[in-house]
Design a protein around this ligand. Structure first.
Ligand code: ADP
Length: 425
C-alpha cells in the first residue's frame, strides 16, 4: 500500500492534549489526523501531520519511554521530517518524569543533541518568562496545580523542574532573544549548544513570540512543547492558515449529545440545552447500580425524538450530587459504571442513525471512542478554543463515517451543545 508521507509527527502524552495540539496545527494550515495509540499499519488518508495520542503522562517512566519510542518509529515510517513531543501546558510531571525521560529518549533515538521545551500557550493564559511558568496571573506553583493529586507542581521554575528529570544540561532561551526574532533565537541556541546544553526552556508571553520562535525551530529533529508552539511550525513548510486544512466530509445523519462530564462548564451547557426546550434524558447512576437496563431505556426514549433534532443523554450533575453518589458506589466504581453506560448509549445512538455526535467529558470521550472502535480521526474546524469537530470511521456507523467532537470538562461556551451543530452545516 502506498503510504502517504507526512511532514510533522507528533506524540502526545494524553488524549485531549492530542486533540488540542491537532486543533492548533489545523488552524495554522496543516491537515491533521489524530491516531488513538500507535497505529498497526500505514495511514489511509492524506495528512501533513499525525498526532499519536498516548496515555503516558503519569505511567512509569520506562513504559512512557517504550510507548513514545514505538510512536516515533511509526511516525518515522510515515516520513515525518520533524517530531513534536506534546505535554500539558501546566508541565504536568513528577520528579521522575515523564517529560524529561521521554524527551531524552527521543533525542537519543533521533541522534540529536539539542531540543527545546516550553509549555507556553498564551491563548490559554500559559506564559513563560525567565523560565517561570505563569497560569493566568499567578505562578504555576500558586495556580492550584501545587495540589494536583498525581502531578503536584510546586516549583514554577521550569529550568529547575526539567533539570531534575534530565541527564543532559538544561538551559534557557530567554525573552530577550525571543523578542528579537528568529536570528537571535538561532544565535542563542548555538551559544547554548556550545555550552553543552541539551534542552532549553523557551520564554514566550504572546503568540507573536511563538510565531518568531517557529522559524528558528525549522530543521530541529525534535521539538518538545505544549500545544502553543504548533502555531509557528506549519510556516516552515510553506503552509498558511486556510479553510481547506480543516475540511471534513459533508455532515449527514442525525444529531445527538452524550455527557458524562460533571465540570462546571458542562453543567451550564446541559442547563442551556434544556432551557432551550430540547429533549434531554438524565441517567441516574444508582439505577445503573441497581441493575436497570438504562441503555435500552435511553435508546427507546431517543428513537422517536431524534428524528426532529438533537437529543441529549447525560449523567452530568453538580458536585454535591456526585459526592453523594460516589459515597454510595465508590468514586472509581461510579465513574467506570457511568462511563460504560454512556459509551454504550453513544454506540446505540449511532446505530439509530446519529452521524453527528457531541461527547462531553475527557474520560467519557475515551470510553466512547473505544466503544465506537474509532482508531483515527481527521481533525476539522474548531467549535470553541481547543475543541474541533472530527471525522472518523466506526463499525457502528456502517462505513459511512461519523462526525464526532470530544469536549473535555471545562471547555466550551454555554451554548456548546447546540452551537456545535451549526459549525458543521
Ligand atoms: P471531565 O472532562 O469533566 O473531567 P470526565 O468524563 O473526564 O469529565 O470525568 C467525569 C467522571 O465522572 C467520569 O468518570 C464519569 O463516569 C463520572 N460521572 C459522570 N456522571 C456522574 C455522576 N452523576 N455521579 C458520579 N460520577 C459521575
Amino acid at each position: 500500500m502506498a503510504a502517504h508521507k507526512i511532514l510533522l509527527g507528533c506524540i502526545a502524552d494524553d488524549f485531549t492534549g492530542a486533540t488540542d495540539l491537532a486543533n492548533n496545527l489545523v488552524r495554522s494550515g496543516m491537515r491533521v489526523v489524530q491516531a488513538i495509540g500507535v497505529p498497526d499499519g500505514p495511514l489511509d488518508v492524506d495528512a501533513d501531520a499525525v498526532v499519536v495520542a498516548l496515555k503516558s503522562r503519569t505511567i512509569a517512566p520506562a513504559d512512557a519511554i517504550a510507548q513514545s519510542l514505538a510512536a516515533l518509529k511509526w511516525l518515522q515510517a510515515q516520513g515525518a521530517q520533524q517530531i513534536y513531543f506534546k505535554y500539558c501546558s501546566t508541565f504536568d510531571s513528577t520528579a521522575q518524569g515523564n517529560i524529561g525521560p521521554v524527551a531524552e529518549a527521543l533525542m537519543d533515538a533521533l541522534g540529536t543533541d539539542f531540543t527545546i521545551a516550553t509549555p507556553a500557550f498564551p491563548d490559554n493564559g500559559r506564559t513563560v518568562f525567565k523560565g517561570h511558568l505563569f497560569v493566568g496571573d499567578v505562578l504555576l506553583s500558586e495556580s492550584g496545580m501545587q495540589n494536583h493529586p498525581l502531578t503536584p507542581m510546586t516549583d514554577a521554575n521550569l529550568v529547575r523542574v526539567l533539570q531534575a528529570q534530565c541527564r543532559r544540561k538544561v538551559g534557557l532561551i530567554d525573552h530577550k532573544a525571543v523578542a528579537q526574532g528568529a536570528d537571535a533565537i538561532r544565535a542563542r541556541i548555538a551559544a547554548l549548544r556550545a555550552d553543552d546544553v541539551g534542552l532549553a526552556v523557551v520564554d514566550a508571553v504572546s503568540n507573536d513570540d511563538l510565531l518568531r520562535l517557529g522559524p528558528a525551530l525549522g530543521g530541529l529533529p525534535l521539538v518538545t512543547a505544549g500545544s502553543g508552539v504548533a502555531i509557528g511550525l506549519p510556516q516552515n513548510w510553506g503552509l498558511q492558515a486556510s479553510s481547506t486544512a480543516s475540511a471534513l466530509p459533508a455532515p449527514r445523519g442525525l444529531q445527538a449529545v452524550v455527557s458524562g462530564s460533571c465540570s462546571l462548564a458542562t453543567n451550564r451547557q446541559v442547563a442551556a440545552f434544556i432551557a432551550g426546550g430540547r429533549p434531554a434524558l438524565a441517567i441516574d447512576p444508582l439505577r445503573i447500580a441497581a441493575g436497570v437496563d438504562v441503555v435500552t431505556e435511553a435508546l427507546a426514549w431517543a428513537a422517536p425524538l431524534i428524528k426532529r433534532g438533537p437529543v441529549l443523554v447525560y449523567s452530568t450533575a453538580d458536585s454535591s450530587t456526585v459526592k453523594t453518589i460516589q459515597g454510595q458506589l465508590g468514586v472509581e466504581e461510579a465513574g467506570a459504571m457511568v462511563e460504560r453506560t454512556i459509551a454504550a448509549i453513544a454506540r446505540g445512538l449511532v446505530g439509530l442513525g446519529v452521524r453527528q455526535l457531541v461527547v462531553a467529558g475527557g474520560e467519557t470521550s475515551g470510553a466512547c471512542v473505544q466503544a465506537l472502535n474509532i482508531t483515527q480521526m481527521k481533525i476539522g474546524p474548531q467549535i470553541d478554543p481547543g475543541v474541533p469537530w472530527c471525522h472518523a470511521q466506526s463499525d457502528a456507523a456502517q462505513d459511512e463515517g461519523l462526525h464526532i467532537t470530544l469536549k473535555s470538562g471545562n471547555f466550551g461556551t454555554d451554548s456548546f451543545f447546540t452551537h456545535a451543530f451549526t459549525i458543521l452545516q
